[in-house]
Design a protein around this ligand. Structure first.
Ligand SMILES: Nc1ncnc2c1ncn2[C@@H]1O[C@H](COP(=O)(O)OP(=O)(O)O)[C@@H](O)[C@H]1O
Ligand SMILES: [Mg+2]
Length: 268
């Protein structure tokens, strides 16, 4: 099982869109996939057709320590191979309740450890605030995907996000690989071109070598409650996410091969 958290402290940069579209592609190619909504606003939950205000079992109960049967948290999405662990509005109260409690940073990781055999991929849609939920998502993830809107001041939000990651890396004593994904790219605008140039200058080693273009079909797909990547596979936006997924999976395969080689050479 591989866990990818989709994070950025800024709202409206394409986190939920990235989660939905990558997950749709994974599921359709036969990978049992789980999407987790850790944003108290519940956009991902709504996208999948559920109302976060009336959800009974959500990520919130995990933090209350009321786990029981993990399968009872999962909701169907209408897409085969794709399950949803929903958000509920109660998530918004967690930081106040648990703020002072230590040891709550691994709630999501521990839960995922208990369902490791059930999914090949888990994608976590993160809230746009630094707090308990974001820390949990980062601590649970193998790779972070950071969507960045290609506009003025794009780098400001990203800098803060990377600082947060480094803080968690220090306390976990483990490196957390991250990939910056430029979104809503419009090559006709100066702001988009400038943002790409700046990302190349400051984040080249973490930057995906493609872009997700502006595509109004994303909004239409979200109104219909389906991933654009499944609804219109030829859309420019869909092709971009297909390319992003291929590159994420290629990196994963390369890591696996390297690990196997290391294990073999240690055995000799
Ligand atoms: N590449 C894109 N082109 C055009 N609109 C997009 C694109 N990506 C996302 N959107 C739209 O922008 C809005 C914010 O995206 P969303 O994924 O909800 O951001 P976040 O989860 O970071 O708040 C949504 O209405 C979504 O449909
Ligand atoms: Mg969102």
């Amino acid at each position: 099982m591989k866990v990818w958290a989709i994070a950025n402290q800024k709202g409206g940069v394409g986190k939920t869109t990235t989660t939905v579209n990558l997950a749709g592609l994974l599921a359709i190619s036969g990978n049992p996939t789980l999407i987790i909504d850790l944003d108290p606003q519940g956009s991902l939950t709504s996208y999948m057709g559920y109302n976060p205000d009336i959800i009974e079992k959500s990520a919130y109960q995990l933090f209350q320590g009321r786990v029981g049967n993990p399968a009872s948290f999962m909701l169907e999405t209408g897409i085969s191979n794709l399950d949803l662990l929903p958000a509920s509005s109660a998530l918004a109260t967690l930081d106040r309740q648990l703020g002072a409690q230590l040891g709550k940073g691994l709630v999501i990781k521990n839960f995922l450890d208990s369902i490791r055999e059930n999914y090949s991929h888990v994608l976590i849609d993160c809230p746009p605030v630094v707090g308990m939920l974001l820390v949990n998502a980062i601590a649970a993830s193998d790779t972070l995907i950071l969507p960045v809107q290609t506009e003025y001041l794009a780098l400001k939000g990203l800098e803060r996000m990377v600082n947060t990651i480094q803080m968690i890396e220090r306390s976990r004593k483990r490196e957390i690989p991250y990939l910056v994904v430029p979104t809503m790219f419009d090559q006709r605008t100066r702001a988009s071109m400038d943002a790409i140039r700046q990302l190349q200058e400051f984040y080249s080693s973490h930057l995906w070598n493609g872009v997700v273009p502006v595509d109004t079909l994303f909004r239409d797909a979200s109104r219909l409650g389906v991933p654009l990547t499944l609804w219109n596979t030829r859309a420019r936006g869909s092709e971009a996410y297909a390319r992003l997924l291929r590159s994420l999976l290629a990196t994963e395969n390369a890591q696996r091969t390297a690990m196997m080689q290391e294990a073999r050479s240690n055995a000799v």
